[in-house]
Write a protein that binds this ligand. Structure first.
Ligand SMILES: [Zn+2]
Length: 496
């Protein structure tokens, strides 16, 4: 049964329906979950907070003034809610922000100015820009570069893409980009241009697979203009592209996570963590990715405190920075809190917009399935929930997983997440506010269940982490998301 109330006034009537069959044991602890769920389905500041974060603070790329404003504002919101909170520093490996990006395509009697966006970690250009031949590199396959031969050398290679419709398409896009970028620069390309995978003139910031090691200008061109350029090239026209990329880049610097905490009553040293990243990319205002879930984490802390509920274990509420630029904030946390990882019972991540939570990725840990099912019992009516017992890379569970800490990533219906991903269109109006509230109830139940229930989830050894890599596609995902080299170098993940 999927419940989709039209307004919060309906919610009270739904509460009786939410719980599944009565639990076999009437634990005294279990009384907290229904109260918490009811509170989160009510009229909380969740939506207003999301509106403030997106409309007033706006896009908040790590390293930008807006990101620092978001951190300060979130600290204040935790404090206003009465929840203990800290600003915790971590090191970003390098600064990268786009100030502006412009392009001109020219040919014989042809001139047009497509909208473009630099790919994160692209190199910049001189103020006058860089002008190179623009060539049709098809899908960026080996055969495309073989066809181009010497013509790819020193040229902007233009890659045609499929329109992105859902999360599967998004993962496909990330997967394919690694090979496309490797082949392009092996062929001597002077720069790389993706046709935007979003319709019309919509742009998005798709991470370059080479991260801070990127040595060339890389950009996304609005779909309509890229299609026009490809038609012209395929009709035999010769074109050049002038790209002017005004970027702000710099060395390593300090950024900040916001870490709220509600201390546990009987097992304060055991930690259950719920996290969502506060940073975003900056073409839009980061409502789906990931303001909605960040504000959900804040609201869960607020409601637990407001109700006077005290968990058995300590709950940490993490609003990460640096996620979009390499999962850096959560990585920094795992380093700063290395001596607590043995007692970190579970770390969860919420990062797929406002589509319905339909289960959780459980990272290949069979021992997570039973406590997860128990934690979800109070919100069974919002299910069904299906666990996917595989590791997933791409959000802030990553370093916990690689450190052997039991971790969950909420799996969500694709909804409108894919088309708006990192795009100019990721704005407040895209968020499904009703579903966000229902997701908050689910996330609260899971958090509360792990923080109060009878849960034993020992940290995995380095051998167990290694085994996970050998028996799943984890290492391929690590290569896709640019975190493989750090593992190989022994800089990230549990090695002993
Ligand atoms: Zn995200």
């Amino acid at each position: 049964m999927t419940l989709r109330p039209r307004s919060t006034t309906l919610v009270a009537g739904l509460l009786a329906l939410l719980a599944g069959p009565a639990p076999r044991r009437a634990d005294a602890q279990d009384a907290g979950a229904p109260r918490l769920v009811a509170a989160l389905l009510g009229d909380t500041p969740l939506v207003r907070d999301l509106e403030t974060l997106t409309d007033e603070i706006g896009g908040r790329a790590t390293g930008s003034p807006a990101n620092l404003r978001a951190v300060d504002w979130a600290l204040g919101r935790f404090r206003e809610a009465g929840v203990t909170v800290r600003r915790e520093p971590f090191t970003m490996p390098g600064l990268w922000l786009e100030r502006s990006a412009a392009a001109t395509v020219q040919g014989d009697g042809i001139q047009f100015r497509p909208r473009i966006a630099a790919l994160p970690f692209s190199t910049g250009t001189a103020a006058a820009g860089v002008t190179l031949p623009l060539v049709d590199a098809g899908r960026g396959a080996d055969s495309d570069f073989a066809r181009l031969g010497a013509a790819a050398r020193g040229a902007f290679v233009l890659i045609e893409t499929d329109e992105l419709r859902d999360i599967d398409g998004l993962f496909r896009e990330y997967n394919e980009a690694v090979g496309i970028e490797r082949r392009a620069f092996a062929a001597g390309a002077g720069g790389l241009v993706y046709m935007s995978s979003r319709p019309n003139d919509l742009l998005a910031r798709h991470n370059a697979s080479t991260g801070l090691d990127t040595k060339h200008p890389m950009l996304m061109m609005e779909r309509d203009a890229a299609a026009r350029a490809l038609r012209l090239l395929r009709a035999g026209q010769r074109l050049t592209l002038t790209a002017v990329l005004d970027l702000q880049s710099g060395p390593a610097y300090e950024s900040y996570n916001v870490i709220g905490e509600i201390r546990g009553r009987s097992k304060p040293d055991e930690i259950v963590l719920i996290g969502a990243h506060l940073d975003s990319w900056d073409l839009g205002t980061g409502a789906l990715d990931n303001g909605a879930n960040a504000m959900m984490v804040l609201d869960i802390a607020r409601q637990i405190h407001r109700l006077g509920l005290v968990p058995e274990r300590t709950i940490r509420f993490a609003l990460w920075s640096g996620e979009e630029q390499g999962l850096e904030g959560s990585f920094g946390y795992t380093r700063a809190h290395a001596d607590e990882l043995d007692h970190t019972v579970m770390a969860s991540a919420y990062d797929i917009g406002t589509g319905r939570i339909n289960g959780f990725f459980t990272g290949g840990r069979t021992d997570l399935l039973e406590p997860l099912a128990r934690a979800l019992a109070p919100v069974a009516g919002l299910g069904p929930f299906t666990p996917v017992n595989l590791p997933i890379v791409g959000t802030d569970n990553y370093d916990f997983m690689m450190q052997g800490v039991a971790n969950l990533v909420a799996n969500q219906e694709s909804a409108n997440y894919g088309p708006n991903y990192h795009a100019r269109s990721d704005e407040f109006g895209q968020a499904d506010l009703r579903q966000l509230r229902l997701n908050a109830a689910i996330a609260a139940a899971v958090t509360w269940g792990f923080a109060t229930g009878d849960v034993t989830l020992p940290r995995q050894t380095a051998q167990q982490v290694d085994s996970l890599m050998r028996h799943t596609d984890l290492s391929d995902q690590m290569k896709t998301f640019g975190v493989w080299d750090a593992w190989v170098a022994g800089k990230r993940g549990r090695r002993r």
